[in-house]
Design a protein around this ligand. Structure first.
Ligand code: ATP
Ligand code: MG
Length: 337
C-alpha cells in the first residue's frame, strides 16, 4: 500500500486494552485459592460461602472474579453464574434484570422487583447460582444481598472500600457471613511481571527494554490498569514519533495523561454528596474536617448526617482522590488529583 508504514513498536494493541482477558494471571494465587474454597461446597452439592473481595483500583478483583466464575461453570454442570457491575445498575430492578438476562430468562420492564426476584428464585432451584456483584457499594439498596443470599445463591461481592460491609444493616450482614479476601496494591516487581506478559503479545521484540518497563512499574502505584494503559500510551507516542523503541520521555508523557484517566475513573464512582465534597476540596485545595462539613451543608440541598459524611470522605480517600491527615476533629483533607 502506498501509505503503509511498517510498525516498529506495536504488534497488536489488543493485549493493552481494558477488554483484554489475559491467559496468565500472576501473583494472585492466594486470592484465587480463597475464593475457590468458598465455592468448593458446590462440587459436593452444598451451598457455597459468600466472599467479599476488597482492595484499591487495578488490583485484579474484577479479573479474578470473572475468571473464577468461568472456571466454576466449566467444572460443574450444576452451577450457573452471573456477573453484574452495580455501578452501571444501581437499582434492585436493574440489577435483577441483568442477572436474569445472564441466566437466559426473558423479562420485560413492566415486571415488578418482587416478580423478578421470584423468577431468580425459580432459577435457583434448577441450578446452584453464583452471582458476582462488582462495586456492590454503589447499589441504592443492599436488601438485594439479603434476598439473594436467603435463596442459597453464592455471592461474590466486590468493593474498593474494606469497610463497604460495615454500614450494611446488621441483619443483612449476618445473613451474608462473607469471607473477606484482600487484594492489596501490587508491588513494583509484580507489576513488572504483568507488563512483561503484555509486552510479549502486544509489542515488537525490542520495542521497550526491561529498564523502561520497570520505570512504569514504579510509577503506577500498584495499579495494574494504570501500568498497562501507560505502556499503551507510551507505545503510541513512540510509534507516532517513529522511534525505534520506547524511551523514558515517552513514559513520562504517557503517565501524565494516564493520571487523568485515574481521576476520571474514580469520579465516576462518586455519589452526588461525594462529588460536592470533592468539588469543595478542588476549590480550596485543603480544608479541615469541621470547615469542610460546614461548607458541604451549605452546598447541597439535602445534606447527609455527619456519620454519612465520614463515610463519603473515607470513600474519597480510598479512591485516591483525597488525602487525610490527623485524627478526629483535627483531621485535614487535601485534594490529590
Ligand atoms: N495478576 C494480573 N495478571 C494480569 N493482568 C492483570 C492482573 N491483575 C490485573 N490485571 C489487569 O489489570 C487491569 C485492572 O484489573 P481489574 O479490572 O481486575 O482491577 P480491579 O481490582 O477490579 O480494579 P477496580 O477496583 O478499579 O475495579 C485489567 O486490565 C486486568 O486484566
Ligand atoms: Mg473492578
Amino acid at each position: 500500500m502506498l501509505f503503509e508504514r511498517k510498525s516498529v513498536i506495536i504488534k497488536d494493541e489488543a493485549p493493552l486494552l481494558e477488554t483484554f482477558v489475559p491467559e496468565a494471571i500472576s501473583h494472585r494465587d492466594g486470592q484465587k485459592q480463597a475464593i475457590a474454597e468458598c465455592l468448593k461446597p458446590i462440587l459436593m452439592g452444598m451451598k457455597p460461602r459468600n466472599a467479599f473481595l476488597y482492595g484499591p483500583c487495578g488490583t485484579g478483583k474484577t479479573l479474578i472474579a470473572t475468571w473464577i466464575l468461568k472456571e466454576l461453570e466449566s467444572h460443574s454442570s450444576m452451577a450457573k453464574t452471573a456477573y453484574v457491575n452495580c455501578w452501571r445498575r444501581t437499582t434492585t430492578h436493574a440489577c435483577l434484570t441483568e442477572i436474569l438476562r445472564q441466566l437466559d430468562v426473558f423479562t420485560n420492564y413492566k415486571q415488578s422487583t418482587a416478580e423478578l426476584l421470584q423468577m431468580v428464585e425459580k432459577e435457583s432451584k434448577k441450578k446452584q447460582l453464583v452471582i458476582c456483584l462488582d462495586e456492590f457499594d454503589m447499589l441504592e439498596s443492599k436488601e438485594i444481598l439479603y434476598n439473594l443470599s436467603r435463596l442459597g445463591i453464592g455471592l461474590i461481592l466486590i468493593a474498593n472500600d474494606p469497610y463497604a460491609l460495615v454500614d450494611v444493616d446488621p441483619r443483612i450482614k449476618s445473613s451474608l457471613n462473607a469471607e473477606s479476601i484482600e487484594f492489596p496494591a501490587y508491588k513494583p516487581d509484580e507489576i513488572f511481571d504483568i507488563l512483561k506478559e503484555r509486552r510479549k503479545y502486544a509489542l515488537v521484540p525490542g520495542a521497550i527494554r526491561d529498564e523502561e518497563l520497570k520505570m512504569i512499574a514504579r510509577l503506577c502505584n500498584g495499579d495494574a490498569r494504570i501500568a498497562i494503559e501507560t505502556l499503551r500510551r507510551a507505545a503510541l507516542i513512540a510509534e507516532e514519533k517513529e522511534e525505534k523503541r520506547i524511551v523514558k520521555e515517552d513514559i513520562q508523557k504517557a503517565f501524565g495523561s494516564t493520571k487523568n484517566l485515574r481521576k476520571t475513573e474514580a469520579l465516576k464512582k462518586l455519589n452526588e454528596h461525594e462529588k460536592a465534597l470533592y468539588m469543595l476540596l478542588e476549590k480550596h485545595k485543603t480544608l479541615d474536617t469541621v470547615r469542610l462539613f460546614a461548607l458541604y451543608k451549605e452546598a447541597v440541598e439535602k445534606p447527609s448526617s455527619q456519620r454519612s459524611y465520614r463515610n463519603y470522605m473515607k470513600h474519597l480517600v480510598q479512591l485516591g482522590l483525597v488525602k487525610s491527615y490527623g485524627e478526629l476533629t483535627g483531621r485535614k483533607y487535601e485534594i490529590v488529583v
